[in-house]
Design a protein around this ligand. Sequence first.
Ligand SMILES: [Zn+2]
Length: 484
Amino acid sequence: MGVLEGLKPERVFYYFEQICGIPHGSGNIGQISDYLVSFAKEHGLRYLQDEMKNVLICKEAAPGYENSAPVILQGHMDMVCEKRADVEHDFTKDGLKLHVEDGCVRAEGTTLGGDDGIAVAYALALLEDKSLPAPALECLFTVDEEIGLLGADGFDCSVLQGKTLINMDSEAEGILTVSCAGGMGAYTRLPVKREMVGGTLVEVRLHGLRGGHSGAEIHKNRGNANVLMGRFLYDLSQETGFALVTLHGGEKDNAITRECTCTFMVRDEKDAKTAEDLCRKLTEALRKEYANIDDGITFTCSVVSAAAEENALVPTSQEKVIFYLMNVPFGVRKMSGTIEGLVETSSNIGILKLGEKELLAVSSVRSSVGTAKEALSSTLRYLTEFLGGTYTVEGSYPAWEYRKESPLRDLMVRVFREQYGHEQRVEAIHAGLECGLFYDKIPGLDSVSIGPDMKNIHTSEETLDIASAERVYTYVRKVLEQMR
Ligand SMILES: [Zn+2]
């Protein structure tokens, strides 16, 4: 007997438990993909499994819906694999150990994969239901969403008939997502020259910043350690001569940088003292500027060696590095004029690494408007090339732009009001969703994203709210029913 037996909707939780019994971490989706194929075969449904292991299962229109346009229901089959340090679990072999607690489904010590197993379970329950009043369904299960939207990127959308897509990868009941940002990794490489310099070696460490996610938290106006280190270096250059040796901040372009460390040569201890004084002054000034936002900003200065010799940047190279950091765009570029409170365009310089021969700086650029994303990328390119560097873009994904007119959105909002007795929140997010790729590949696509309440996704504390899962399932069924 299943742990989830008896929960409603029964068939949804039946399939959810089946899915949880099959290892399906990102990059390890062979078994779950084949399971979906065997489901289709068992139920006599038309299906397609592509080389990437994406699966499409199609169901004919119910009587009375023959003239309705087909609908795409979509979710991703892979899950994030995280576990508590004290838990033994092999995500490549073991099924999840489910239990029910406080009205939620959880997995013991691991992620649950409610994100996005619940979408898969919903779709399978709808596909098997012979009495479902609905138009033709195209249920698309994508692979490896969590590691860069790979399945959605690779899927050949020309096989789809539908122009209406309901993505079921959101985590809050009552919110209808209708637009998301596109993004890219913007890589700047500035060539640098070095020469041997003797004197005093000083280290400056900038730390104590709050950081955060460059999609979810860029509007909080927190400091970025790479940018603020640029300001320190500029100020220092106004007070004393120095020569940079190392400079390093951040490991991920989508994390607002919390720490940055540099070392540089100065003539003597007196100049080192100048740097130390500046650290104190700047700490004080920035804590004031970032009051209530980033109160912990701290520059720490120490002398590494009073008599050192290091391979340091030549002055022209150093000036280019400082110029770049003083001018690189960071933070919110523009708020949306259509959706209140939405960050439309932003960038974050999340990685900074000074190597032997070059400075590498990587920014995460986002915008929910395609042309604005390109324009910001052009700014970075121009700045880079002006300084004699090379600029490349990696991992670019398209924006899911807001549609002024959206019959699907109108229907979703109306059915929600009927079912819940209050208004749904219509939102856009400043992060990537698979919808962006479908929006880009299916001309005229009308889509929304929904999902039941889940908490702490991508962590071992992940929960799926059972009552919410039931209401959202009912909601999806009602929406389909109304598509006559
Ligand atoms: Zn997801």
